[in-house]
Write a protein that binds this ligand. Structure first.
Ligand code: KG4
Ligand code: ZN
Length: 328
């Protein structure tokens, strides 16, 4: 990795407590040019030195994706470079391969099992090769993503947006044993997950809370919530790796920046003789370097896209977990 420029939209969305799609697109439009120029200049390379232009075209908010796709088409066409569409989830799944120069984890050995936990997706995958047709979803959330639950809990507690980093920080000062929360879908046999129920549990706690004594304390709620969520995520990804008989467990997505999750997966994996590969936080949360890497892999394999590349809300990875309630 020669450079990684991230323009955060946190300030744009913070007043609303979540992403406002129209504001996201408009902010992308303003910043895409300057960010690309900064990335090239910090890397010390000219467009002539570039092998191709990779862009996330799925899954996500189509208005936001469209800005990137059209910008990438313009840049690639003008510079005479191949255009490479990348599934955002593929970027997260391969982010552990990025070499930033410091804090790099060992290079994952294929096949590996990866927990991808972000604001929009939470799933466990078996990765046999860095191609969509060689990646199998072993289990996913039936409802909310884990990051979404962190964000909603933070909002309920009035801690601001995005919730993950604040809950992570506050949980470290709290006592999880002060607050009783049932673990979300802890069943060991299933790799499917659910995070909407625990959010409701927290909402009920907050509604019942005593405003005079401010009980339960926000730090204790954060600690109990984080322990419940990271406990289930850690147990399921390690169980998946043991079941699939792989040697490496890889973490990816914004929630993989969570310190308790990193610690718990590390401990459990060690008990099972598995190696855990935890990318530095900058590779876990959204970044363009992971998209460039996944694009470079496609380009190396002789693949690229035409000018008809479209932005779409759906992932190219095959899904097996059905969304919604009910017995399976
Ligand atoms: O991968 P990401 O940056 O963007 C998406 O593709 O969604 O993930 C963002 C999510 C947000 O829900 C954010 O609250 C969560 O990752 N997150 C965290 C932490 N840092 C970011 N969740 C828990 N602990 C953290 N330290
Ligand atoms: Zn992401």
């Amino acid at each position: 990795m020669l450079s990684d420029v991230v323009h955060s939209q946190v300030d744009v969305h913070a007043p609303y407590g979540g992403v406002v799609p129209e504001l996201a697109s408009r902010d992308h439009l303003r910043n895409v040019g300057p960010v690309v120029r900064a990335a090239l200049s910090r890397a010390g390379v000219a467009m002539d030195d570039v092998g191709g232009v990779a862009v996330t075209n799925r899954p996500g908010l189509v208005g936001a994706l469209l800005v990137g796709v059209q910008a990438a088409k313009g840049i690639a066409w003008a510079a005479g470079k191949p255009l490479v569409g990348v599934d955002h989830l593929m970027g997260h799944l391969l982010a552990a391969f990025l070499r930033r120069g410091e804090g790099d984890p060992p290079v994952p050995r294929l096949p590996f099992v990866c927990l991808l936990a972000s604001g929009g997706h939470t799933a466990i995958y078996r990765v046999d090769a860095p191609r969509a047709d060689a990646i199998a979803e072993l289990g996913a959330t039936r409802d909310d993503a884990a990051g979404e639950a962190f964000d909603k809990v933070a909002k309920l507690l009035g801690l601001g947006y995005p919730g993950g980093p604040v809950v992570d920080r506050l949980a470290a000062q709290g006592d999880a044993s002060q607050v009783k929360l049932a673990a979300p879908m802890p069943g060991r046999a299933s790799l499917e997950m659910s995070f909407s129920g625990i959010k409701t549990q927290v909402a009920m706690l907050v509604a019942r809370g005593d405003p005079a004594t401010r009980m339960p304390a926000a730090a204790d709620v954060c600690a109990a919530f984080q322990a419940a969520v990271t406990g289930v995520l850690a147990r399921k990804v390690v169980a998946a790796a043991a079941r699939e008989k792989v040697e490496d467990v890889v973490l990816g997505g914004g929630v993989a920046a969570n310190r308790e999750l990193r610690r718990r997966v590390g401990e459990l994996a060690a008990e099972h003789g598995l190696r855990v590969i935890v990318p530095p936080p900058a590779s876990c949360t959204d970044n363009a370097a992971m998209i460039a890497y996944a694009g470079a892999v496609r380009l190396r394999d002789g693949e690229h896209d035409g000018w008809d590349l479209v932005a779409t809300s759906k992932t190219s990875l095959r899904r097996t977990t059905r969304k919604g309630r009910g017995k399976r």
